[in-house]
Ligand binder design. Structure first.
Ligand code: HEM
Length: 253
């Protein structure tokens, strides 16, 4: 690339700011003053989901290569991203119910439940049971972004494979409980699961705050009731079990 090509690059052209700022198209007429915030929090979340999926792909490669340090480095970033996505929801806590009602009708049947990237993050992380896959396929063929992550093993399987390649077991890692890289990696996965759970918790609280605990969602679910149930799902059941076992064994010793 020549210097003259470099000289033409500006902040706006590099980041496509003009195009980006054209993407917030309110549907309410006249435009409701709160719809911009509603759109931006969703769009920003989708952008962060995109980065998360990118990092998850990198993580699966590192775990598959049994590269503990590189996996830890990626987990640190993933956990930072998770915290950002969860904290963004607080902007919508400032939306009073009666103001949301004023433009909710314009959203039609659009619902966060249709977020392909969110489903892909769930599937990449470990939610792949029959029920989950069935719900995913209810609305037609699987979205490409989900098909892509399903080609790689889920995180828990990859992590256990990494331990095996290093000649360790999960029990040994937890029993030693010293600050080995494997222990820290297990902890960072648990932190990720907690971060995701925090997003679910803050989201369901937001939903209850704005539409109440009993109102159905635009996506046709039971709203907050349905969302409450999703909080019981686990990406890494083996890791949680491993910790519980160590606690039990230590107590009875
Ligand atoms: C006014 C604020 C919000 C309300 C009232 C709301 C409401 C709901 C409801 C009722 C559901 C259940 C599905 C349905 O029947 O529609 C849902 C699901 C979902 N929402 Fe929201 N939401 C809000 C903000 C957000 C934001 C900012 C995001 C960020 C991307 C988001 C992402 C999602 C996702 C990913 C799901 C699927 C969750 C799952 O199935 O586990 N929502 N939302």
């Amino acid at each position: 690339m020549t210097d003259s090509t470099h000289a033409e690059v500006t902040y706006g052209s590099y980041l496509h700011v003009d195009a980006l700022l054209q993407l917030q198209q309110a549907r309410s007429v006249p435009e409701h003053p709160d719809e911009l915030l509603f759109i931006v929090v969703h769009q920003a979340s989708e952008l962060w989901f995109k980065v998360m999926l990118h990092e998850l792909k990198i993580l699966t490669t590192h775990l598959g290569n049994a590269d503990t340090l590189a996996s830890l480095t990626t987990m640190r970033r993933l956990n930072a991203l998770m915290r950002i996505v969860a904290s963004q929801l607080s902007a919508l806590d400032t939306l009073p119910p009666q103001r949301f009602v004023e433009f909710r009708g314009y959203l039609g049947s659009a619902s966060g439940g249709q977020s392909h990237q969110f489903r892909a993050i769930e599937a990449a992380s470990g939610l792949r049971d029959e029920h989950f896959m069935h719900v995913l396929q209810e609305h037609g063929p699987l979205p490409p972004v989900v098909v892509d992550v399903l080609q790689r093993p889920p995180l828990q399987e990859l992590f256990l494979g990494l331990l095996e390649k290093h000649g360790a077991t999960l029990e040994q890692v937890y029993e030693a409980a010293d600050q080995t890289a494997h222990f820290l990696l297990a902890e960072s996965l648990i932190e990720y699961e907690q971060g995701f759970g925090l997003w679910r918790f803050l989201h369901v609280q937001l939903v209850e705050r704005i539409i109440g605990p009993l109102t159905g969602g635009t996506g046709g679910t039971m709203g907050a009731k349905y969302l409450q149930r999703t909080m019981q799902q686990r990406f890494f059941p083996r890791l949680w079990e491993g910790r519980a076992k160590v606690f039990g064994a230590t107590r009875s010793a």
